[in-house]
Design a protein around this ligand. Structure first.
Ligand code: NAP
Length: 286
């Protein structure tokens, strides 16, 4: 679509922003629905966040996504946070609306929609989440809100304990425990209905590694790796070989983007178009 005086802008702010496929995902959705909107990546250094948020508001942006390293620090610059952003302690989507700067976190919704798509019922399910970073926090908030029984396994136990404390403060009697990698966590993995990898182990330099032994996995289990590049991580490959159901991170990425799209436009997101655009962006030669 042509850019003209009526074009409305959204985008993503982060530092660095070397690798993002959000522009392709959102711009394909705008084109498909013939919306006069564009999504642009904007590098914002940590010291420039305050000026950037004021500037985006003044420039009449509809909203922006927020990525590393601003997801936590941006909250104090906003007028209101939705309950999920508050519980997760991080904002990944801002809307400039009615003179206010509103903060949302769509990662938990994205994760839960991806689970629902494969028919996984979280209520009462036994879940192991590996990792305690921002993605793990979103996943845990989604799962606890839906009534799952969660064990958090992390390399650094203290970080896991801090995370569990904040979740305990937010939810009435959340069913959550934290442990380090070891015999007890191996038993929990074997008995879980869902195992989630929320660490970067399986991508980049760690592409040939798995965060837990795939030998613990088998039929009747769903293994959800939040990594979307590669689409099939070493963990997912081995889990599928052992008879478990394997799910990569692309569907969560699409659903969190769809939720941001809907916040900005009020229109249901064309998720099939967004998925196709993401697949093209991830496999440019095909
Ligand atoms: P992060 O904050 O960097 O996550 C760090 C977590 O990974 C910590 O728990 C850390 O353990 C653990 N970790 C890091 N390296 C490790 C290693 N070598 N062995 C064991 N544990 C290790 O990252 P994040 O933002 O939460 O993202 C985590 C993953 O989710 C990334 O792969 C990201 O691409 C993916 N993600 C996907 C989506 C999606 O939409 N699909 C959305 C967000 C994120 P310590 O505490 O011990 O350091």
């Amino acid at each position: 679509m042509e850019i003209n005086g009526s074009t409305r802008l959204v985008g993503v702010i982060g530092h660095p922003l070397i690798y993002t496929i959000s522009p392709q995902i959102h711009n394909a959705a705008f084109d498909a629905l013939r919306l006069n909107m564009r999504y642009v990546p904007m590098v914002v250094e940590p010291g420039g966040l305050n000026r950037a948020i004021g500037g985006l508001d003044a420039l009449n942006f509809v909203g922006v996504n927020v990525t590393m390293p601003h997801k936590e620090s941006v909250a104090s610059l906003l007028d209101e946070l939705d309950p999920e952003a508050e519980a997760i302690g991080a904002v990944n989507t801002i809307a400039f609306s009615g003179g206010k700067k509103l903060g949302y976190n769509t990662d938990a919704r994205g994760f839960m929609s991806a689970l629902a798509e494969v028919g996984f019922a979280a209520q009462g399910a036994r879940v192991v989440v590996i990792g305690t970073g921002g993605a793990a926090r979103a996943v845990i908030v989604g799962l606890i809100s839906a009534g799952a029984d969660v064990v958090v396994v992390n390399r650094t136990k203290e970080r896991g304990e801090r995370l569990v404390e904040t979740v305990r403060d937010r939810f009435l009697k959340p069913r959550i425990k934290v442990m380090e990698f070891g015999d007890e966590s191996a038993d929990r993995v074997k008995n879980a209905g869902l195992v989630v990898n929320a660490t970067p182990v399986g991508m980049g330099d760690l592409a040939d590694q798995a965060p837990i032994s795939p030998d613990l996995l088998g039929p009747g289990q769903l293994v959800f790796d939040l990594i979307y590049e590669p689409s099939e991580t070493f963990l997912l490959h081995r889990a599928a070989q052992r008879g478990a159901q394997a799910l990569g991170g692309l569907s969560m990425l699409i659903h969190q983007a769809a939720a941001a799209f809907e916040i900005w436009t009020g229109i249901p997101a064309p998720t099939a178009v967004m998925t196709e655009a993401a697949a093209r962006a991830l496999n440019p030669g095909q």
